[in-house]
Design a protein around this ligand. Sequence first.
Ligand code: GUN
Length: 292
Amino acid sequence: MELLDGKRIADEIKAEIAAEVEAIKHKGGKIPHLVAILVGHDGASETYVGHKEKACAQVGFKSQVLRFEDSITEAQLLDEIRKLNNDPDVDGFIVQMPLPKHIDEQKVIEAIDPKKDVDGFHPVNVGRMNIGLPAYISATPDGIVELLRRYKIPTEGKHCVVIGRSNIVGRPIANLLSQKSYPGDCTVTICHSRTPNIKEYTLQADILIVALGKAEFVTADMVKPGAVVVDVGITRVDAPGTKLGWKLLGDVKFDEVAPKCSYITPVPGGVGPLTIVSLLKNTLKAAKKEVY
Ligand code: GUN
């Protein structure tokens, strides 16, 4: 069994991006510029945006956080988005989710210029990705693809079973891995909360991708010997007696599943570290005008 070390791969890709930024600086080119809009004071959102800022600094990007109070109206937020769409210095921007209840998140996503949508959430990017056109691919599916690619995991003709049908993980990764590409050329099955007897499917998986958000859902009896297991889940649970008083659990019961696998992602340290790298990759592509 080999661990799919997302932290190591993330550091490797960050070093590659930093080298590119150095080269751009050397030639007097434009330094990639990412902006994050943060509405309100949600703890998790503050943490994510903080990580994004830090990652930008590590690779030499220009970055900025625009903070607004929960009381901002939808119209005011849409106006801020219009300004960023029209600002030639901003290569890409994100609006950190979730947003307050009085703001329609889908309307916000659709207000972002697809050319600057480095989260890859706009329907234009989702649609382009779905038909294999150049697009900004959202962070988690892109992170999974990077892990499979960097570990040179064979995918052609393999049966990939995805548990979870969300718009930001399950559906896009199922789509990408069924495309004529590497990693790809898989036969893909999507399972979800209404699938009866999920084990019947997971036992057939050469590659099992778990993204349903239920801690330790996948147990050893559900996994085929030699499978590649990618765990996207992160659930925070109380852990009395530990330094922090809590710990993170994946959707896979790691200790019992790991010995059966050829490869498996740890949680934390698997897919997670690659999600921020994906945002950096997309911002660099935006600055280089590689997608549009
Ligand atoms: N909230 C949780 N994850 C994300 C993300 O990847 N992008 C944005 N914009 N909001 C999030």
